[in-house]
Design a protein around this ligand. Sequence first.
Ligand SMILES: C[S@@+](CC[C@H](N)C(=O)[O-])C[C@H]1O[C@@H](n2cnc3c(N)ncnc32)[C@H](O)[C@@H]1O
Length: 275
Amino acid sequence: MKDIVDNRRRIGLFRKLRILGLVMRENGIAWTTCFTVYYLASSLAEKAYGAMDRLRHEKSLPGLNSVKLNAEIWNQWDWSAGGEEWTQSEDWKRSLLKNVLQKHVPPKSRILEIGPGGGRWTEHLLPLAEHLSALDISQTCVDRCRERFSSFENAEFKVTDGSSLEGVDDGSIDVIWSFDVFVHINSREVEKYAAEFSRVLKPGGKGIIHHGTLGGKKGGWRSDMTADRFSEILESHSLAVTSQFKEWEDQGTTFQAGLYEDTITMFEKGASAAN
Ligand SMILES: C[S@@+](CC[C@H](N)C(=O)[O-])C[C@H]1O[C@@H](n2cnc3c(N)ncnc32)[C@H](O)[C@@H]1O
């Protein structure tokens, strides 16, 4: 909707009124009234969104992305689809597994997953895990995952406070994985998480995190995070960004990391870095 509303500015008011007259003649009063309501309401919605965005940045407001709100929403979510409601298509998921998850998570890894939700990616991380720890702010998600993966003795699921990795030992993790989680986490909490990544990763350990790109400007309940800010935060904690991408190619098809121009960032803790 945003692009359509933006493009409306390309026609002046006088011509818009002429177009409205033509629309009325061709479609009648009832249809044209509904169209006018839609037109005005969507313009207003767009202005309201712009004002929300400005206020949020000027006053450092959490918007819809505070830890408390995230916990509330995800505890109440209907998890019956296991998170597959965010799977763009079967081909997209197959390609993401092949080109990102399985390509970059080596077998027998000690894995930390942040925000497993219903276990959409956990299911595919477990065969690669010597051990998997998964932390989520939602007790509902932790309970669901504990039940779903109860046969795996090498997996543990715990509730986190939303910005720390309490209980995860220093220098104990080979790979950190998080998908469709950091898109909802504000930079304030990401700063704290990044310090924790640096603490828990083994030297040479890496992270694969999917997050927002545009600071919430295009909606999608995205946090205030941008792709550049994410890199800056990681680098300030001695984590080297090795790759950042919004899409990938697979046999002639381009797949998007997310529906709102989201980014996947991969990073590494330098082999010489101390804990
Ligand atoms: C959109 S769901 C995605 C779940 C799963 N990763 C998937 O892709 O299907 C977001 C998940 O992130 C968790 N979450 C949100 N904020 C978090 C935070 N600050 N720390 C840890 N988990 C968080 C939610 O509880 C929820 O499980």
